[in-house]
Design a protein around this ligand. Structure first.
Ligand SMILES: Nc1ncnc2c1ncn2[C@@H]1O[C@H](COP(=O)(O)OP(=O)(O)OP(=O)(O)O)[C@@H](O)[C@H]1O
Ligand SMILES: O=C(O)c1ccc[n+]([C@@H]2O[C@H](COP(=O)([O-])O)[C@@H](O)[C@H]2O)c1
Length: 248
């Protein structure tokens, strides 16, 4: 974890929560870096599981770019996470350790308040300009809910989307009419189309389906059922060491 992650202690929806010491912490992991293609994979990662990792690897391989797994401090549109931000970021660190082309980006942990993606991307654009390609990796269930995201139409001016198939979320059947309309003409055939423009295209990632979910992991732990096989080994050891998710 970088210093921003280590500094961010809270994780629940606490209006008083702010970065440690009230300080604003920059995204140290990317200090001085100028990637030619920024790829973010945002999530609550409560905890990170094998399905997340499979998608991150598939995106890395399809896009031939470093994928930045970006934990949300206070994720919008869902109940507060079961583990605080420091734990979730630490588990991500363990999950990507030794994985080429995967890293943890803690920029959202450096910001107080809810982690709206549009704010994150606007901050990023202020730093890197509007010309460099930026992509967001999302699961199909997240993408289907896009019209509920803050300022969702603006997101297409800020980033591409890379949408991973997910069991139970058939993209072709469940698209809301406004999302279907917004997608018109945006579909990208390959990663080259994403590299050729700064934002606004949508690429489907047809990786093998993965059924894991973080809620399944949490529920199994709380119910005393086997769960270790759903997460990377080092993450399982961390969860056990810290007694996470024992209470629902
Ligand atoms: N098994 C999976 N297949 C495809 N996408 C996934 C999978 N698990 C998570 N995602 C995607 O990864 C992103 C981050 O997911 P998140 O951290 O909320 O995990 P989750 O397993 O969906 O959690 P929860 O069960 O708590 O809702 C989201 O865009 C989500 O759609
Ligand atoms: O910006 C929003 O309104 C918004 C609404 C829902 C989800 N998101 C982002 O989508 C990513 C996946 O969210 P989640 O809740 O499935 O972990 C994560 O980066 C969230 O911050 C963003």
């Amino acid at each position: 974890m970088d210093r921003a992650g280590a500094a961010a202690a809270g994780g629940g929806r606490n209006p008083r929560r702010a970065p440690a010491g009230g300080r604003r912490v920059s995204a140290e992991s990317d200090a001085g870096e100028r990637p030619g293609f920024w790829v973010f994979y945002g999530g609550t990662f409560d905890p990170v599981h094998d399905g997340h990792l499979a998608i991150a690897r598939a995106a890395r391989d399809a896009l031939q770019a470093t994928v930045r797994l970006m934990p949300a401090a206070d994720p919008p549109h869902r109940a507060p996470p079961g583990a605080n931000a420091a734990h979730r970021a630490r588990m991500l660190d363990l999950a990507v350790a030794g994985e080429p082309g995967l890293r943890v980006d803690t920029r959202e942990l450096a910001r107080a308040g809810r982690s709206y993606t549009v704010d994150t991307l606007r901050e990023l654009r202020a730093q890197v300009g509007m010309q460099v390609p930026v992509a967001l990796v999302v699961g199909a269930d997240s993408f289907l809910g896009l019209p509920q995201w803050r300022d969702w139409r603006a997101l297409f001016d800020l980033a591409h989307f890379v949408v991973a198939d997910r069991p139970g979320s058939p993209l072709d059947e469940d698209l809301a009419p406004e999302l279907a309309a917004a997608l018109d003409g945006r579909e990208a055939a390959d990663a080259a189309a994403l590299r050729a423009a700064p934002a606004g295209r949508v690429l489907r990632l047809h990786q093998p389906l993965h059924a894991e979910s973080a809620s399944q992991v949490r529920l199994r732990i709380a119910a005393g059922q086997p769960w270790q096989d759903l997460v990377p080994l080092a993450v399982a050891a961390y969860i056990q060491r810290h007694g996470l998710y024992v209470r629902p």
